[in-house]
Ligand binder design. Structure first.
Ligand code: PEP
Ligand code: MN
Length: 338
């Protein structure tokens, strides 16, 4: 349930309600809006009487949260959340640009990519060091050596680093080097991993599982939020359908739909979403037009030679072109881009 405080509620009154929530065995999340503060009481509240909070001083009203996900819901927080990491910003009028290779391959490759992202006006670098590959015989990533190269690229350019973490045991290691922890599509429902990143101080990019419904995806985000990490971004990367002309089907209606249901920023991945480099720019533009709060795009100095996902990676000139086109759309919508 949500305890909505009076506009004039004092800090003592807010803390008092929060303490009572804890005493009842629930978690409390205090959300300070521009107008008023609301306090979410999360947990099994079936036996708790709503009226018992209505009589506390400073309380305006107590409401149930109808959505199955609670902290992620718009009911709890009507204003959109903006997530900022170094110069990267996503949400509430900011469209954040993340780009880089599918996999980190060498210092030269990742630093070259980082410079190209920076030059085109992007603020974040992606690159996989731990790669979830369909086949055990495919390149599995450079692991910690790859993480070190990502940290070198950050040092050279100041870009925020997004990289995937695949298992709970690796969360501390990846958090040492990365600014944002990516949860891959295949791990969206790895609940122990979600809890582990929920305890990390790093922001999280939660990719949609290829066969997950939006509700399952938001409940996965709830696992992270429920551990106390408020900095969660959702990433639409396409779902599996009967269609085979694209690698996945990229459902862009999920962007405005999610904006109705959650305050969390929504990022789109048109690279995995289409699986063809020649479709990426158009779908990136469409994503910004649909209201995406950011894009994550695969690019490579020489896509033909990429260790993974080269067929869906842009080269530097295609990437530059994509950035210019998307910037025009963001400008037309009055949004900050980069
Ligand atoms: C990736 O970003 O390279 C990746 C493996 O993506 P996904 O988890 O969406 O398949
Ligand atoms: Mn990839």
């Amino acid at each position: 349930m949500i305890v909505v405080m009076e506009i004039t509620a004092s800090e003592d009154q807010i803390q008092h309600v929060s303490t009572r929530i804890h005493e009842l065995g629930l978690k409390s999340h205090i959300i300070r809006g521009t107008e008023r503060t609301v306090i979410a009481a999360i947990g099994d509240d079936r036996k708790i009487k709503i009226e018992s909070f209505e009589s506390s001083s400073g309380v305006s009203e107590v409401l149930p949260i109808l959505a199955p996900y609670k902290v992620a819901s718009r009911e709890l927080k009507p204003e959109p959340t903006q997530i900022q990491v170094l110069k990267f910003r996503a949400g509430a009028g900011a469209v954040g640009m993340i780009a880089g290779p599918c996999s980190v391959e060498s210092e030269e490759q990742i630093v070259e990519c980082a410079r190209a992202v920076q030059k085109a006006g992007g603020t974040a670098l992606r690159g996989g060091a731990f790669k979830p590959r369909t086949s055990p015989y495919s390149f599995q990533g450079m692991k910690e050596d790859g993480l070190k190269l990502l940290a070198t690229a950050r040092q050279e350019t100041g870009l925020a680093i997004f990289t995937e973490v695949m298992s709970p045991e690796d969360v501390d290691l990846v958090s040492k080097y990365a600014d944002v922890l990516q949860i891959g599509a295949r791990n969206m429902q790895n609940y122990r991993l979600l809890e582990a990143v929920g305890r990390s101080p790093r922001a999280v990019l939660l990719k949609r599982g290829p066969s997950a419904t939006i509700e399952e995806w938001l409940l996965a985000a709830e696992y992270i939020l429920n551990e106390g990490n408020p900095n969660v971004m959702l990433c639409e990367r396409g779902i599996r359908t009967f269609e085979s002309h694209t690698r996945f089907t990229l459902p862009l209606a999920s962007v405005p739909y999610l904006h109705r249901k959650t305050h969390l920023p929504v990022i789109v991945d048109p690279s995995h979403g289409t699986g063809h480099s020649y479709l990426v720019t158009d779908m990136a533009m469409a994503s910004v037009a649909a209201g995406a709060d950011g894009l994550i795009v695969e690019m490579h100095p020489n896509p033909e030679k990429a260790a993974s996902d080269g067929y869906q990676s842009l080269d530097f000139s295609q990437f530059n072109d994509m950035m210019q086109q998307c910037r025009k759309i963001a400008d037309a919508l009055g949004k900050q881009f980069g």
